[in-house]
Design a protein around this ligand. Structure first.
Ligand SMILES: C[S@@+](CC[C@H](N)C(=O)[O-])C[C@H]1O[C@@H](n2cnc3c(N)ncnc32)[C@H](O)[C@@H]1O
Length: 264
């Protein structure tokens, strides 16, 4: 069920479910708007890459109906496994290291995945290879380097602590090979890999309860690594979690860039 040994954000940890719920609350409306505009409908064959949780897969399953197919892959399928009934099939697969798990797809979608894949050009080639001629690719990824702050309005010590922890977390991700300016490169990557009619846009919430839920779950999930790396003490982290829980801070995310195009 998993190939994630040593992964910083292990899907099997309880906080992962909270993070996937927060991603759904924050980004599903944007994702569904794009998928709808691409025409996803009855009978479509879709590959959901790095599926994480169930929300996107379940939405796709409803749209494609019983005559369609949704293949949901991840290096760790623990959280998406409950969605695995027709038309959904769940499979363990590493998009950066393996051949595509099928071909002739009408749609391939990956959200917040490529940033974690060291060889994302290979991943992109693999996703495009899996498409039928005329098939659509939608890739959505964060660009933390475009907007690196958790609190863009850094007006007091709580916000300064929040931004210091966020900076340390990003350093941990970068040390593990995450590409923190991946989002902005997506349109060029799509064009250079041969897609036509490439377009892109960006979305990021500036404050929302789901941002606070995401921050709390993420910090609890990586707290030991943050302390081990000297980014913060347990006391810093406890204070930060208390500030986040108070609901009085405006917490943002990195922008999510959505880029789409079609195979010639
Ligand atoms: C930040 S989560 C995003 C989950 C989901 N796509 C969403 O937007 O809610 C990243 C997901 O990508 C998966 N992942 C990371 N590297 C991967 C790889 N090389 N191949 C497939 N999945 C990968 C992780 O296991 C995790 O489920």
């Amino acid at each position: 069920m998993t190939r994630t040994d040593g992964h910083l954000l292990d899907n099997r940890q309880t906080e992962a479910a909270e993070r996937f719920d927060a991603f759904a609350a924050l980004f599903d409306p944007t994702t569904f708007r794009h998928l709808q505009a691409l025409g996803v409908g009855p009978g479509w064959r879709c590959w959901e890459v790095g599926a994480g949780g169930t929300s996107v897969v379940s939405w796709l399953a409803k749209r494609v109906g019983p005559t369609g197919r949704v293949l949901a892959t991840d290096i760790d399928t623990s959280r998406v496994a409950p969605a695995g009934r027709p038309p959904v099939e769940v499979r363990v697969h590493d998009v950066g290291a393996e051949e595509p798990p099928g071909e002739g797809f009408d749609l391939v979608h990956a959200r917040l995945v490529l940033v974690h894949v060291p060889d994302h050009e290979r991943a992109m080639r693999s996703m495009i290879k899996a498409l039928r001629p005329g098939g659509r690719l939608l890739v959505e990824d964060a660009d933390p380097a475009l907007q690196p702050l958790l609190c863009p309005d850094e007006h007091g010590p709580e916000q300064q602590l929040a931004n210091r922890l966020r900076h340390g977390f990003r350093q941990l991700l970068a040390r593990r090979g995450a590409d923190l300016s991946c989002g902005r490169r997506l349109p060029r990557l799509l064009r250079e890999t041969g897609l036509r009619r490439v377009e892109a846009d960006a979305y990021f919430p500036v404050t929302s309860p789901a941002c606070a839920a995401l921050e709390s779950a993420t910090v609890r999930q990586v707290r030991d690594q943050l302390v081990a790396a000297g980014v913060a003490t347990h006391d810093d982290i406890d204070r930060h979690l208390t500030h986040v829980a108070s609901g009085s801070m405006d917490l943002a995310t990195a922008p999510m860039i959505s880029a789409w195009g079609r195979k010639a």
